[in-house]
Design a protein around this ligand. Sequence first.
Ligand SMILES: [Zn+2]
Length: 253
Amino acid sequence: MDVSDFDTLLTPTIWASFITGEPPEKHGVGFWWRASDNDFIDSIVHWVKYNVPLIKDFNPKLLEKLGNIAGLKDRTPNKKDLNDRGLSTIFDQASNPIALFIPSYNEPTEIRRRYREALNESVSAYERELWRVHRERVRAIFENINSEWDLFMVWLDIADQIGHIHDYESFKGRIKFMKTYFSLNNLVGQIKKALDEEVIFMIVSDHGTDLSPEGHHLDEAFFSINQEVAWEPNTILDYSPFVKGLLKELKER
Ligand SMILES: [Zn+2]
C-alpha cells in the first residue's frame, strides 16, 4: 500500500487518517505529544522544541517541569482533539467498539513517558521496556477479545521499534528481527484461533522500514486481510469508509 501522500511518515498522523478517513491537513495530528489543547499554542511549542537547538538539547525532565509551570499538558493526542475538529472515527460507527492503544485516539500518555524515561537510561533499558509494554498490550488483547464487540482494533509497535534500534545487517540485529517477527506471527495465530470464522481480520502497517541501522521509514506499507473481499486499499484513507460500510451492513442485517 502506498503511503507516499504523507509528508511525514509519523505513526499518529497516519493512524488518525486511518480511523477518520481524512488527510493530515484535516485532522491536524502531527506529533507524538501535545503540549496544549490549543492547536496554535501547540504548534508554537513544537516549533520551539524542534527548532531551537538550546531547548532541544535540554534535559527532557527539565522541559517537562517548565511545561508544567507554563500549564502545558505534554500528553498524547487523543479522540477529543479529533472531535474538536468535528471529525468522526470508525469507532463512532460501531455499537460496541474496542480500541486498544490507538495513536491519535487513546494511546496512554503514560506509555510514551515510560519509553522516554527508559531511553534516557540506555538503549537496552528501552528495549526491555518495549517488550514489557508489548506483553501488556498482548494481555489486553486476550482480556478483551472474548467480550461483545463489533469492531476491535489494537496497535502494536514492537516491529517498528526493533527496526529502529537494531541493524538488520548484523548477526545480532537479524536475531532480534527474527525474534520479533516470529513472536508477532505467533500472536496472529493465537488471535485467529480466538476469533469466529466470519470475523474480518486485517493486519495493517502504517509504513515500511528499510534495513539501514537507523531503520528509516519507507512509504510502502504492508496490509493483509483474511477473507476474499472485492476491495483493496490504495491508501490509508480508504480504510475508514470501508470499515464504516462493513459496520453499517452489520447493523442492517
Ligand atoms: Zn518508526
